[in-house]
Every structure is written in structure tokens, then in C-alpha cells.
Design a protein around this ligand. Structure first.
Ligand code: GLN
Length: 486
């Protein structure tokens, strides 16, 4: 069952070959056995999960099941879930019990899915290695001395280690795609505004977007079907009809025009990853696609632009954590402003403080024009580069990450090296485009590499089709770091 697709699991549940309570118990046992080493989950609550599984079994018995009814899904600990501790990987929220459900959580509840637990993440989703979490680093199931990527590292590790059927993640600059690549799984960040941000703890609101992380493109399509939908409580939620993201999975790829940006294959890309990505592109040619050389001239500015804009938005979003109504409050303080200072000094970790300081600086009088405004203008140019590219091609492909998973601790002392982990993913967020990562092979040390697929706005169904056809022709996505077969 652990290697079955969501569709197969759903069929087994309907055929009463297994109950949701049994399936949930199987995963809870695996979490109990492996989470002490992997640290992929911050919180589990067997009573809640099994209660939801029981309710799902009743729906199944009545013949009222939807595609994900009874399926155990892991939720990134950035989504508020009523009655669940929701920490966002921070000491600031380490005791926070959410009083309401995020829209994403509501959608999974309506679908009858089981919430298996809350996954570990970089603090406030700031990081590329899961090492900024207050709850300690997550380990990569392919090599426990390697990072799983971040910020959705717990989700990626849990999916790869078969500690859940599928998971949710969020992606502000690459946090779904980069950990998906480093853990050998599939993940998609949809077009900005497709999934509601209501109840999703804010990092950089103009970039944050939730999406699924799973073992295949087909599984991602079923997850995305549940997650999307207009929500008036998020002012940037797009008023579009619900669509079936699995509808085009089986279309042939003949004539598909794949754009290869020269900037994505230049200096800085590990030869191992380059070789795997080129191998994937060769496979696409066999499937009938043609390649077109393109250029995204402003993409080299994406990382610096992001590290002005994302901290600017974060400094504003994180000003709400003042120790007054909820969140961490310092035990001892002299007066009100001392209480604010000490609560924030003790409640936030080093990376979060660094971002708040950068953000406050670039927004301050005298620097706003030089940094923030300038970055906004370049953001526009980056989006224009993609618009020009999509006149020549249907999708863009390249590496997801410049290297495979690096060692724990390797980039901790050098924030800029860490920031460069997202060099190929960040421009997609700045433009608001959909992007995904698909496993495309392994390096010499047996660590997975990811192929990035970037589509035009609202092309998710087409991208999932493109990924699915590749996954029918190859088996990289079904390789598993789990040796035992329970
Ligand atoms: N690694 C990037 C950062 O640290 C992106 C994180 C994300 O997408 N949430 O900001």
C-alpha cells in the first residue's frame, strides 16, 4: 500500500480492501518508528487523525466518498488547523493552538481526507535546508546526513519516506520545488492566487503560494483538485471556476515546444544535475517534443530582487508577533516596550531576525526608492522576460536546484550560499507563474535530482500532463529510499 498511487489507495478504500482507520494506523506506526530520526513531523495527534479516519470510513460505507476520502495527508505546519498546535517552525508560535482552519485545511476536511499531522519547516518558511526550524533540522531519507531542502523539508522527507500518502507545502521562492527535488518527489506551485492564503501564516504575501507534494504528477493533480478554489477571505484569491487538473494527463506530447533558458545551464550548476536534466530533455524529445533555445536575461537579478522584496513584506507581516494577544511572551520585562523587545528577541531565530532587519531597512525613508522601488521595477522586467519567452515555447525546462542535497550544517554560516539554492526557482514566484519539480535521476552518491517545469499562467493541467507522460516513460519517481516492504 505504501507505494500505491492515491488513485490505487482510493480504489482499495472503496473496495474495502483496507479501511481508512487501518491505513491511518499504518502511517502513524511508521511515523512513530521513523520520526525520531527524520524529524519530519512537529506534531501528530493520533486521536484526531483516527477520528477523521473513522468518519471517512462511514462516508465510504455510505458510498459518499470523494477521491481523497480516507487518505492520510500531512499538513505543513504553516496552515492553521483548528485544535492543532500550529508553530510555523518558530518558538514564537511553539504553544499556539489554532482556533480556526485555513482554507486549505477546510478543503481537505470537506474532501474527507485525514490530517495525519503537521510537518516540520524552516522558521516562518525562511530557509532552503530546514535547519532554521526551532524544532531542529529534518533529515533526508536518502541520506540522513543530508538536508531535505526547505522550507517544506518536513513534507518532502515525509512523502519520500512513506510517512504519509501525500503532503501540502508552500512556495515563496522555491520551498515546494527545491525540497521536492532534493528528496526525489514531485511538487507543484500553482499560479499565484490559485490556492487561498487564508489561514496560511504569512511570510511574503505577494509571493506565498501553497501546493501539493506527492510521489507523482498524477497524485499532485488529485491533491490540487482539493486545494484550489476561490475564497473571498483572501483578497488575492482568483475568482475562477474549479477545474479538474487530472483531465489532460493522458494527452500526447507530440509537437510540444520546450524552452531551454541559457541562463539555467550556465556556471554554478553541478555537472551531475546538468547531466540528469539533459537526460530528461532527451526523453522528452523521444516523446515528440522539440526544444527551443531561449533567454531570460533578467533572471540573474531574481535572487537579489527577492531578498529585497521578501524581507520587506516579511518585516511587515511579522510585526504582528508582539507578545500581546498570542504567541511567545518573554517571562520577565521592565515595561511595555521592553516586553515587545524581549519577546521578539527570544521568540524569533537568527534568520528571521536577519530578514526583519533587511526588510525594515529597505522600507525606511531614504532607502525605499533605492531598494524597494527599484526591486519592484526589476520584478516587472523578470515577468516580461517570461512573457516574451512564452511567445516561442509552451513550457520552460531546466534544473530545480543547482545541486543535489547538501550536508547538514554545510551552508549554515553563509546565508548567501544558502540563498543561491533557489537561483532557478525564485523568478517563477516573482512572476506569479506555476512551476513544478519532477524527479529525473540520481547523482553519483545516489541522491535525487529534480527537473523544473515552468508553465504560463493557469497551465497547471498541461504541466501535470507533461510530467505524467515523463513518469509513464521513466521510473525515477517510483524509486524509494525505504528498504523494508511492510
Ligand atoms: N529559500 C527561500 C527563502 O529562504 C524560499 C523560501 C520559501 O519558498 N518559503 O526565502
Amino acid at each position: 500500500m505504501l507505494n500505491s498511487s492515491l488513485k490505487q489507495m482510493s480504489a482499495a478504500l472503496r473496495a474495502k480492501e483496507i479501511s481508512s482507520v487501518e491505513l491511518t494506523t499504518l502511517y502513524l506506526e511508521r511515523i512513530a518508528a521513523h520520526n525520531p530520526t527524520l524529524n519530519a513531523y512537529v506534531t501528530t495527534d493520533a486521536a484526531i487523525s483516527l477520528g477523521q479516519a473513522k468518519a471517512a470510513d462511514e462516508l465510504l460505507a455510505k458510498g459518499k466518498a470523494q477521491p481523497l476520502t480516507g487518505i492520510p495527508v500531512a499538513q505543513k505546519d504553516i496552515f492553521c488547523a483548528k485544535g492543532w498546535r500550529t508553530t510555523c517552525g518558530s518558538r514564537m508560535l511553539s504553544d499556539f493552538i489554532a482556533p480556526y482552519d485555513a482554507h486549505v485545511i477546510e478543503q481537505f476536511n470537506h474532501a474527507g481526507a485525514v490530517n495525519l499531522g503537521k510537518t516540520n519547516m524552516d522558521e516562518f518558511a525562511m530557509g532552503s535546508s530546514n535547519e532554521t526550524s526551532y524544532f531542529g533540522p529534518v533529515r533526508n531519507p536518502w541520506n540522513q546526513n543530508a538536508v531535505p531542502g526547505g522550507s517544506s523539508g518536513g513534507a518532502a522527507s515525509a512523502v519520500a519516506a512513506r510517512l504519509c500518502a501525500a503532503a501540502t507545502g508552500t512556495d515563496t521562492g522555491g520551498s515546494i520545488r527545491q525540497p521536492a527535488a532534493l528528496c526525489g518527489i514531485t511538487g507543484i506551485k500553482p499560479t499565484y492566487g490559485t490556492v487561498s492564503r487564508y489561514g496560511m501564516i504569512a511570510f511574503a504575501s505577494s509571493l506565498d503560494q501553497a501546493g501539493p507534494m506527492a510521489r507523482s504528477a498524477e497524485d499532485c493533480a488529485l491533491m490540487l483538485n482539493v486545494m484550489t478554489g476561490f475564497d473571498e477571505r483572501d483578497s488575492t484569491s482568483l475568482p475562477r471556476e474549479k477545474e479538474d487538473y487530472a483531465r489532460d494527463l493522458n494527452l500526447p506530447l507530440s509537437g510540444l515546444r520546450i524552452g531551454l533558458p541559457k541562463e539555467f545551464f550556465a556556471e554554478g550548476l553541478s555537472p551531475d544535475v546538468a547531466a540528469r536534466v539533459e537526460g530528461a530533455i532527451a526523453e522528452y524529445r523521444k516523446l515528440g517534443a522539440v526544444t527551443v533555445d531561449i533567454s531570460l536575461p533578467n533572471s540573474r537579478l531574481a535572487v537579489p530582487v527577492y531578498y529585497v522584496l521578501a524581507p520587506a513584506e516579511a518585516s511587515s507581516n511579522l510585526s504582528r508577533y508582539d507578545g500581546v494577544r498570542y504567541g511567545y511572551r518573554a517571562p520577565e520585562y521592565a515595561d511595555l516596550s521592553d516586553m515587545y523587545e524581549k519577546s521578539r528577541a527570544q521568540g524569533f531565530g537568527a534568520e528571521v531576525k536577519r530578514r526583519i532587519m533587511i526588510g525594515t531597512y529597505v522600507l525606511s525613508h531614504g532607502y525605499y526608492d533605492a531598494y524597494y522601488l527599484q526591486a519592484q521595477k526589476i520584478r516587472r522586467l523578470i515577468a516580461q522576460d517570461f512573457a516574451d519567452a512564452f511567445k516561442q515555447c509552451d513550457v520552460i525546462m531546466g534544473p530545480t536546484s543547482p545541486s543535489t542535497a547538501f550536508s547538514l550544517g554545510e551552508k549554515n554560516d553563509d546565508p548567501v550560499q544558502m540563498y543561491l539554492s533557489d537561483i532557478y526557482t525564485i523568478a517563477v514566484n516573482l512572476a506569479g507563474l506555476p512551476g513544478m519539480s519532477v524527479p529525473c535521476g540520481f547523482d553519483g552518491n545516489g541522491m535525487p535530482a529534480g527537473l523544473q517545469i515552468i508553465g504560463n499562467y493557469f497551465e497547471e493541467a498541461r504541466m501535470l500532463n507533461i510530467a505524467h507522460q515523463y513518469q509513464l516513460a521513466t521510473d525515477w519517481h517510483s524509486r524509494s529510499p525505504v528498504k523494508e516492504t511492510p
